[in-house]
Design a protein around this ligand. Structure first.
Ligand code: PMP
Length: 397
């Protein structure tokens, strides 16, 4: 029966990684895959994670299943990290958080849960959005539509156009928002804009759904959670998918969470039973290790402080590289303004060059990036930034 299947084209980012590996040019730069890298181009295990793993290894006494919601202790600590322990939605027990296999697992479980509650629901996603949002949410059978978000001319959020489209979205439908560090465009909503969308959700009745994959990579753990915390306070229902892949550097361990804010604690109990039945029907129970490490870190003041320092180091490195690339582009004689790179947030920005120019960077300069011109800022270093800026200026001539 499988012979009828037709081969699908390779994933563009994975293809790019393979081409990068095979390239023998000593000056090659990988700006493709979205993982954090240090100055040497490595993605090491965080020290806080290593220490937590040692402690966990010594104290772990059983490998018995942890159950569909994951470990209660880990879920409480993750919930506090996202919402803040004293948040009214938390203290009134309107939020339920479950452990999921990464942010992807969370998005998929959320989509199946929405499908259960309201099969004809439409999810409105930003144009552009992270490419994997479409299969993760769409394959569950939900309808996906887009709202305008990034304006390639102003290199900022086109908030008027966004609000105009969201003004047509009503009860029963959902609006997916990036909590911070928008992937792929790096342009985030400011506080006034979060407030305006919150008002609109209240007025029109749509349900916000926030994907929070980079908490702590933008301005700080609390600052990056502004939108989530505001909405959790004001709107009756909210979905938050979160990932520990980037901020804890736990990528392959598949650690994430799904938090749902309900109108009441009674709704939360009903909702949770349905959510857990969705989980049972997909992977039954989440993996333990990554979330156990997150729990070990967050339960220890010493490890939490160590993690905060390491997270700040990653965040500050990205910010410094943003400023440095802009400065180097000016120095090398770029005719256009790249100031937006400095002001945007998180790991990604669009260079804003066309496909032809991207291909020139890949083929003539061994600088690897996807056709959309999205770059992973963490792939830049003090050692390669001059070559990168010169090459960009050269292909723009
Ligand atoms: N959402 C966004 C916007 C992302 O960029 C990512 C990771 N690239 C995820 C969710 C999922 O992350 P993971 O499944 O690796 O935790």
């Amino acid at each position: 029966m499988f012979e009828i299947l037709k081969a699908l084209p390779a994933d563009p980012i994975l293809g790019l990684s393979a081409a990068f590996k095979a390239d023998t040019n000593a000056k090659k730069i990988d700006l493709g895959v979205g993982v954090y890298k240090d100055e040497q181009g490595n993605t090491p295990v965080l020290k806080a994670v290593k220490q937590a793993e040692l402690a966990y290894f010594n104290s772990e006494s059983s490998k018995v299943y942890i159950g569909p919601p994951g470990a209660a202790g880990a879920n409480t600590l993750l919930q506090n990290l996202i919402f803040g322990a004293s948040h009214p939605a938390v203290t009134s027990t309107r939020v339920r958080t479950i452990q999921t296999p990464g942010g992807c697992g969370s998005l998929r479980v959320a989509a199946e849960f929405i499908k259960k509650a309201n099969p004809p629901a439409t999810i409105w996603v930003s144009d552009p959005t992270w490419a994997n949002h479409i299969p993760l949410l769409g394959n569950a059978g939900l309808t996906i539509k887009t709202y305008p978000y990034y304006d390639a001319t102003t290199r900022a959020v086109n908030f008027n156009a966004m609000m105009e489209t969201l003004g047509t979205v009503g009860k029963g439908d959902l609006v997916l928002l990036h909590g911070c560090c928008h992937n792929p465009c790096g342009a985030d909503l400011n506080r006034e804009q979060w407030q305006a969308i919150t008002e609109l959700a209240l007025k029109n009745g749509f349900t916000p759904f926030i994907d929070m994959a980079y908490q702590g990579f933008g301005e700080g753990l609390d600052e990056d959670a502004y939108g989530v915390r505001l909405m959790a306070e004001k709107v009756p229902e909210l979905i938050v998918s979160s990932s520990c892949s980037k901020n804890f550097g736990l990528y392959r361990e598949r650690a994430g969470g799904l938090s749902i804010v309900y109108q009441s604690a009674a709704d939360a109990d009903k909702g949770q039973s349905n959510l857990l039945s969705v989980v049972r029907g997909i992977y039954s129970m989440p993996p333990n290790h990554g979330s156990a490490i997150v729990e070990t870190i967050l339960a220890s003041t010493e490890l939490t402080n160590m993690w905060h320092d390491e997270l700040a180091e990653m965040r500050n490195r990205i910010k410094a590289l943003r400023a440095l690339l802009n400065q180097k582009l000016i120095e090398k004689g770029a005719q256009q303004d790249f100031g937006f790179i400095e002001h945007q947030s998180g790991m990604f920005s669009f260079l804003g060059i066309n496909k032809d120019q991207v291909q020139q960077l890949v083929q003539n300069y061994s600088i690897y990036l996807v056709d959309s011109s999205r770059i992973n800022i963490a792939g830049i270093s003090q050692a390669n930034v001059d070559y990168l800026a010169e090459s960009i200026v050269a292909v723009l001539k």
